[in-house]
Design a binder for this molecule. Structure first.
Ligand code: SF4
Length: 435
């Protein structure tokens, strides 16, 4: 760690927001690989909401209330002199850009201005937090890909497990295994990749040993706001509820957002007349390195996810949303949600759940567009679930939605026959489920 920041951190642990359980732990492990003490913040609970509500008026996004509350809880439970908070920032119309400045303000108001807020942007070289920024960025990308992979396997296997809990055990053991590799210091990138691939092979073996039932379940695509769709606490564990009502979920990944921001960056360079520039070359190289890393990491589990392949590139998603929200005019998650909903329908989804924080513009715009998308996609049920932490129970809403999804699936199966059935059963090694 570099001199000034070494003093500033003074033995503190950087706490990573728990957007997804998987991503928070692997991301923290990536930080540890360059000598920074880091952990995922403790799982959110009712006290997080209580503390978050004390410093928010209700106009802020729900994810802001949750992340702020989690950090304030850590001050109480861990100690103000022992923690630092990781809160990235971004430009643009989304309120996310206000999270870090607002967190600093709340800490100042509470007399905790000495708590560092680590707010990486490409322009400040990761806040000077470490002289190993380049290495950290590469390991962090691998951490995100690994986390997405474990989550994807968890959601693919869990609905069909013979013994309740086996899939979650396989997922937790795999995350521990991957974190042990991600956190190792003084490992060059080539050696780390070799070790990570070996950990992904062990991940494959753990999931392959889960005993499964053969059962026909409707596939439900889950899109929406990135924090709310990934945070089980924020979305009232909606995915598990869909599984309890007989569905299997295909949840949009975190890496989808990274591919989208890469695409946006390149598009900006073109619009600025910098199509042939050093900046464009750098962007292309970065994208190619990320793609290569992703390919190597996912190779060992590829056959377990037949029928659940992600699009070849984010352009495939943007192309599908173009008739409704052209990505050259509309920005952000709404574009991805609409395009991905169509992609997931093409891959066999019989329903789409859009998870959105209450008052988030992305969900509101999508809700206005979905009736047309549904009509154009054979009447597939698409439902926006809003969350703000005040719901009594979403059980009934999920039950009604799943009924519509099952009716739609019945129609799909009538039309597609056996291939349609294969797409919606438990994973079968070596069976090609593609249409
Ligand atoms: S997408 Fe919506 S909920 Fe999420 S940070 Fe932006 S404005 Fe807030």
């Amino acid at each position: 760690m570099s001199g000034n920041n070494g003093n500033r951190m003074n033995g503190r642990t950087v706490l990573i927001p728990r957007m997804s359980d998987e991503g928070a732990v692997t991301f923290a492990a990536a930080f540890r690989s360059v000598g920074i003490k880091a952990e995922a913040v403790a799982p959110s609970n009712a006290r997080s909401l209580e503390l978050g509500a004390r410093h928010t008026s209700g106009d802020e996004c729900y994810p802001e209330k949750v992340t702020l509350g989690d950090f304030l809880r850590a001050i109480d439970e861990v100690g103000a002199d022992k923690v630092a908070f990781f809160m990235p920032t971004a430009d643009g119309p989304c309120r996310f850009g206000q999270y870090a400045p607002y967190l600093r303000k709340v800490l100042r108001d509470m007399g905790h201005e000495s708590i560092p807020v680590v707010s990486p942007t490409s322009s400040n070289g990761y806040d000077g937090l470490t002289e190993h920024a380049g290495e950290l960025v590469r390991t962090a990308w691998r951490a995100l890909v690994s986390a997405d992979a474990v989550r994807k396997l968890r959601l693919r296997f869990r609905p069909y497990e013979q013994h309740k809990g086996d899939t979650d055990s396989a997922a937790e053991a795999s995350l521990d295994d991957l974190c042990r590799v991600l956190e190792r210091q003084n490992l060059d990138q080539k050696a780390r990749m070799k070790e990570l691939v070996a950990a992904m092979e062990r991940t494959r073996d753990r999931f392959q040993s889960v005993t499964m039932r053969q059962e026909v379940r409707p596939l439900v695509g889950v899109v929406g706001e990135i924090f709310c769709r990934l945070s089980n606490f924020s979305n009232e564990d909606v995915i598990r509820k869909i599984e309890d009502h007989g569905g299997e979920c295909w949840l949009s990944d975190v890496t989808e957002w990274v591919w989208y921001t890469n695409q946006q960056h390149e598009e900006r360079l073109v619009n600025e007349g910098r199509k042939f520039s050093g900046a464009m070359l750098k962007a292309k190289i970065k994208g190619a390195v990320q793609r290569r890393d992703e390919h190597k990491l996912l190779h060992p589990i590829h056959h377990l996810l037949v029928g659940r392949e992600e699009p070849h590139g984010v352009e495939d998603v943007l192309e599908r949303s173009r008739p409704y929200l052209p990505h050259t005019g509309a920005l952000g998650e709404m574009v991805l949600s609409v395009g991905k909903a169509i992609y997931l329908h093409e891959k066999g989804a019989a329903g789409i759940a859009d998870i959105s924080p209450f008052t988030c513009m992305n969900g509101i715009v999508c809700e206005a567009i979905y009736p047309r998308v549904s009509a154009d996609q054979g009447g597939i049920p698409i439902r926006v679930f809003y969350f703000d932490g005040t719901q009594k129970s979403i059980e009934q809403e999920v039950g009604i939605f799943l009924q519509l999804v099952k009716n739609y699936q019945r129609k799909q199966l009538d039309a597609k026959g056996l291939k349609g059935v294969l797409k919606t059963t438990a994973p079968q090694w070596g069976v090609d489920q593609r249409t």
